[in-house]
Design a protein around this ligand. Structure first.
Ligand code: MD3
Ligand code: FE
Length: 217
C-alpha cells in the first residue's frame, strides 16, 4: 500500500499537506470531532483550570494553559518541566479522554509515525492579542517521538522557523480543525504564534484552543 499521504482526497474530507520531511498538516482533520474535543477541554478545565504560567525570566505568559494526561508541562521561576501533579491543585492532571488519544494516534499514523503513545496533552488558550514567542519544544525525554497538534476556534498565524532562532520563519495560517504532526528532522524547529486577532468563532467565541500531544516521559 502507498502512504496515506498519496491516497486521493474527496470533497469535504481532510487532506494532508507535507510541510517538511517530518512535518504534515492535516487540513480539516479534527472538524467532525471538534465539538466533542471542546466539551472535553471544558471538563478538563473544571478540575485543572487554565492559568497563565510564569517563565523562568519572570514574565507571565500571554497564553493560558492547562494539561491532560499522566504528565503536564509547567513553567515557573525555576524552569520548564513535565510534572505528574498540577502545581495549582496538588492533584494529578485529568486523564486524556479516549477521543483525544484516538485522534492523536490517528494523526501521527497518517503522517507516518506509527506507535505514537502520548502521555501529555498541553492545552493552550489564546484570547485576542495573546501570542507565543519563538521557541523549541525540547523538554520531552524522547525527541524521536513526534508532536501532534490540533487547532480549534479562531484562526491564527503560526510561525515556522528553522533549527536556529535566527533562521527565517514561514507564516502558516492555522484554522479550526487543522491537525499538525511534527517529527524527525522538523521536531526541533523554532516555532511560535502571532498575536491572535479578535473575532467570533461559532463553537468557541472569542478564543483559540490548541491541543499539543506529546510523548513526554
Ligand atoms: C513545530 N503551540 O504548545 S502547535 C506549544 O498553536 C506550541 O499553540 C503552538 O508551540 C500553538 O509548544 C503551536 C504546533 C507545533 C507544536 C510543536 C512543534 C508546531 C511545532 C514542534 C516543532 C516544530
Ligand atoms: Fe511549541
Amino acid at each position: 500500500m502507498t502512504s496515506p499521504l498519496f491516497e486521493t482526497t474527496h470533497p469535504g474530507e481532510p487532506w494532508p499537506e507535507r510541510l517538511g520531511p517530518g512535518a504534515v498538516r492535516l487540513h480539516g482533520f479534527a472538524l467532525t470531532e471538534a465539538p466533542a474535543l471542546i466539551a472535553e477541554v471544558a471538563r478538563i478545565a473544571e478540575s485543572a483550570p487554565f492559568r497563565h504560567m510564569i517563565t523562568p525570566s519572570g514574565h507571565r505568559m500571554a497564553v493560558a494553559m492547562t494539561n491532560g494526561g499522566a504528565l503536564g508541562w509547567v513553567s515557573d521561576r525555576t524552569g520548564y518541566r513535565y510534572e505528574p501533579l498540577d502545581p495549582l491543585t496538588g492533584r494529578p492532571w485529568p486523564p486524556l479522554p479516549d477521543c483525544f488519544l484516538r485522534l492523536a494516534q490517528d494523526a501521527a499514523a497518517q503522517a507516518g509515525f506509527a506507535g505514537f503513545v502520548p502521555d501529555a496533552c498541553l492545552i493552550n488558550r489564546y484570547q485576542p492579542d495573546a501570542r507565543l514567542s519563538l521557541h523549541q519544544d525540547r523538554d520531552e525525554r524522547d525527541l524521536s517521538a513526534p508532536i501532534v497538534s490540533v487547532s480549534l476556534g479562531l484562526p491564527a498565524v503560526f510561525l515556522w522557523g528553522g533549527l536556529k532562532w535566527k533562521d527565517p520563519t514561514r507564516r502558516i495560517p492555522l484554522v479550526h480543525g487543522d491537525g499538525l504532526v511534527w517529527g524527525g528532522p522538523d521536531r526541533l524547529r523554532y516555532h511560535g504564534v502571532l498575536p491572535l486577532k479578535a473575532g467570533q468563532h461559532a463553537l468557541l467565541g472569542e478564543q483559540r484552543i490548541n491541543l499539543t500531544f506529546r510523548q513526554a516521559g
